[in-house]
Design a protein around this ligand. Structure first.
Ligand SMILES: [Zn+2]
Length: 56
């Protein structure tokens, strides 16, 4: 598993893109906050990185 590049917007069903798109220089850490911005309604979503996201 890995941190998603995009998620589905809960509000409008549009695509939310991770911002920034680049991965952190030293990789994701559990507890990091990942920001996604919806390209349709411009809502921002904040997801916390879970252990599943960083597991090999
Ligand atoms: Zn949306």
């Amino acid at each position: 598993m890995a941190v998603a590049d995009t998620i589905v917007c809960v509000d409008c069903g549009g695509t939310c893109h991770r911002q920034p798109f680049e991965r952190p220089e030293f990789g994701w850490q559990v507890g990091d906050i990942v920001t996604f911005r919806c390209s349709d309604c411009a809502d921002m979503w904040y997801l916390e990185v879970a252990e599943d996201d960083v597991a090999p």
